[in-house]
Design a protein around this ligand. Structure first.
Ligand code: ADP
Ligand code: MG
Length: 343
């Protein structure tokens, strides 16, 4: 007899990363009263004390998947490994505080290399308000693996989830999108082929890929003003993260193409290399900007001083996730997120 499709033993290339996470969510479901937020948001939230929620998240960088040692200095690998975790705590409205670091290391690496890896982690940790590195694990491995578990805290009233968006809200994003993905693309090309006038732009984009700066301060300001109804950090591309807010909140989202903030550097270089800036802006990952929804009553506040751009609207779930192109035509949203497993 055939088993139901959802219980069939599926290959990960068919199930996909997001399908796998949905399965894990069901499998690991618990009614433990200390768990306020479990699988499905940027970090889990635990009720360990009366006044604050403890946040916990983990993210791993693997050589050959997330970085190459030819492009990244050890300082940058350490920095980025910490930055991606801080970004998840920021997206919950929290303050990052303690980290444990697990390393897979090849015996050919030197102690100076490891020192620089830690210098990068500590530098980002200091920038993020003083993260204390309190332990970890070390094992031998052919390629370099760095996995950080980061703990933080948030006042319960400031906790901001992916699931709070409501039809009628507006959608906004900090900074610009697509820069990091274009920076990665440029790392794979020889910058000496670019005209001198584009070299600074090229360096700027590459730096965004190598040493991203999570939006911790902006997140703090956003949650303290009680602005956001939902928030997520953009690690897997704008389109994919919009989909995650939509799914978690049970809503639809429309994004206006001409409102998506892209840098002048991205436009210049895309024009020169005949690349599509929209593809980078919607699908490019690792910008670590904050995507959030808010009530239209707060439009002026967002426009005035948040360094954020209003890019879309939250609509009913039945309307789906759409891109409104420059001519006003409604399209299905292209490129809804990078999947580690899908063919
Ligand atoms: P982010 O991009 O914000 O880091 P992910 O897409 O990696 O988020 O993860 C989504 C959710 O799935 C998170 O709540 C995360 O804790 C959970 N998750 C991811 N991988 C696993 C796993 N192997 N086991 C349990 N939970 C997982
Ligand atoms: Mg995240």
């Amino acid at each position: 007899m055939n088993s139901k499709p959802e219980t069939r033993n599926q290959k990960l290339e068919d199930l996909g990363e997001f399908g796998l996470i949905e399965r894990l969510k069901a499998k690991l479901k618990s009614n433990d009263p200390t768990v306020a937020v479990s699988i499905g948001d940027d970090a889990a939230a635990l009720k360990l004390t009366e006044d604050k929620l403890t946040l916990i998240t983990t993210d791993m960088l693997i050589e050959g998947v997330h970085f190459s040692r030819a492009n990244f200095t050890p300082f940058q690998i350490g920095w980025k490994a910490m930055a991606v975790n801080v970004s998840d705590i920021a997206a919950m409205g929290g303050k990052p505080q303690w980290a444990v670091i697990s390393l897979g290391l090849s015996s050919s690496l030197s102690s100076d290399y490891i020192d620089h890896l830690y210098d990068g982690m500590k530098a980002l940790g200091e920038k993020a308000g003083g993260i204390v590195l309190v332990g970890g694990d070390t094992t031998s491995c052919r390629d370099l693996i760095i996995s950080i578990a980061l703990l933080g805290s948030v006042e319960p009233e400031l906790l901001t989830l992916r699931s709070g968006a409501r039809a009628g809200d507006y959608l906004a994003i900090t900074g610009t999108v697509g820069d990091s993905a274009l920076g990665l693309e440029l790392l794979g090309r020889s910058s000496s082929r670019l005209p001198l006038s584009l070299r600074n732009s090229c360096e700027e984009l590459i730096k965004k890929h190598l040493q991203p700066l999570p939006r911790l301060e902006e997140a703090g300001r956003i949650v303290k003003s009680k602005l956001a109804t939902a928030m997520i950090d953009v690690s897997d591309g704008l389109a994919g993260e919009a989909k995650r807010i939509a799914e978690a909140s049970g809503v639809g989202i429309r994004i206006f193409q001409d409102k998506i903030p892209v840098s002048y550097s991205l436009l210049q270089i895309c024009a020169h290399l005949c690349l599509d800036p929209l593809k980078f802006a919607l699908e490019g990952g690792e910008d670590y900007e904050l995507l959030f929804t808010f009530s239209p009553e707060q439009q002026e506040e967002v426009e005035a001083g948040w360094g954020a751009s209003i890019i879309g609207q939250v609509v009913s779930e039945s309307e789906g996730i759409k891109l409104i192109d420059r001519s006003g035509k409604v399209q299905d949203m292209p490129g809804q997120g990078y999947d580690h497993f899908k063919k």
